[in-house]
Design a protein. Structure first.
Length: 349
């Protein structure tokens, strides 16, 4: 078979491991020919691709990012885009397409499936917010990166008796903030699912310092916001999105800086903020993510040869399964709030 492969949306550690698994498994077990589309759906739209052979990808397991490049191109945002995409795939003789991405990338794959594209999805998002799978590759590595940063921030916070706010990724959900916050012993964890009260956060910080605490470290998701009221209006004004992509997503950032300013103003404690940003996306994947990405890639090839299209490979109860793409896209997987209320909360304040 002739299999197309693309990586779309934000990059994350483990993408190359999936590419490697698809190309090597397909080529050596089935004699497949793999074609890699450059820069996600943009490569399909512009008919830009490269041949992928097992010998070329064997050493990709530890490499972060994606050798195919990525973009947030949406064929359905362009007039005639879906037709261009399907015609180009047919023109390249693609029998099946393995789309590696998150909600947006896989949403396009699902919609193109209704137009005749034989697609299999592989879940990718460091936010871990994709429904249909218990975990996505890249999340584990992002948590490790954020945890190491929190460990380092704590020592400098203690040295200067400061409050430090660490902003991590998490547009709609707080998986990274919660896992990294628990692992790093954060004194506050603020997530999009639970709007926070600034006054309550400041009161807990004061109580901690009055008990003899040298410092406080707060971890906040980029999408977290205060409860409705003046604080919410102020926070939104300070975090006004700069750009909107083709899927309608705003570029987030700034809540950490705003919160640090408010904490210092209300408590009198010297406060600083750090935004980890894209450092969470880069670097080599952890062993866990390498294994998970490889398992996903192998199963994607199996799905292709079984003719099971319109599906996404997923992790459930330790096993790799296949779920309908429609179940995986359109609604983010929210945080298990017991992690906050029962695991993390006793250590706050």
């Amino acid at each position: 078979m002739r299999i197309g492969v693309l990586t779309g949306g934000g990059d994350c550690p483990g993408l190359n491991a999936v590419i490697r698994a698809v190309v090597v498994t397909g080529g050596r077990l089935h004699g497949d020919v793999a074609v890699g589309y450059l820069d996600g759906w943009r490569g399909v739209m512009e008919r830009r691709s490269v041949p992928l052979e097992p010998g070329r990808v064997e050493d990709l397991l530890t490499l972060g990012g994606t050798i195919l490049g990525s973009s947030r191109t949406n064929p359905f945002a362009t007039e005639g885009g879906p037709g261009i995409a399907t015609d180009n795939l047919a023109g390249d003789g693609i029998d099946a397409l393995v789309a590696i991405g998150g909600d947006d990338t896989l949403g396009v794959a699902e919609r193109l499936g209704a137009l005749g594209v034989c697609a299999v999805g592989v879940p990718k998002t460091i936010d871990n917010d994709l429904s249909g799978t218990e975990v996505t590759f890249g999340f584990h590595t992002a948590v490790e990166t954020a945890t190491e940063a929190i460990d380092r921030l704590r020592t400098t916070a203690e040295s200067h008796h400061r409050v430090i706010v660490c902003e991590v990724m998490g547009r709609h959900v707080g998986w990274i903030a919660t896992y990294a916050g628990i692992a790093g012993g954060a004194d506050e964890i603020l997530v999009p699912e639970v709007p926070f009260e600034v006054a309550e956060v400041c009161d807990r910080i004061k109580q901690r310092h009055e008990r003899g605490g040298y410092s406080s470290v707060l971890v906040v998701s980029e999408g977290a916001l205060p409860r409705p009221g003046p604080d919410l209006d102020s926070a939104k004004a300070a975090t006004t999105p700069r750009t909107i992509d083709q899927f309608g997503h705003a570029q987030l950032g700034g809540i950490g800086a705003w919160l640090a300013t408010e904490v210092e103003r209300r408590t009198g404690y010297e406060s600083r903020h750090t935004t980890l940003g894209h450092i969470q996306r880069g670097g080599t994947p952890t062993a866990y993510d390498r294994v998970l990405a490889t398992r996903f890639g192998v199963e994607a090839v199996a799905a292709v040869h079984d003719g099971t299209f319109g599906k996404m490979v997923a992790l459930k109860a330790g096993r790799i399964v296949r779920v309908p793409l429609e179940e995986a896209v359109g609604r983010p997987k929210s945080l298990d709030l017991q992690l906050l209320t029962e695991v993390a909360a006793p250590f706050f304040g």
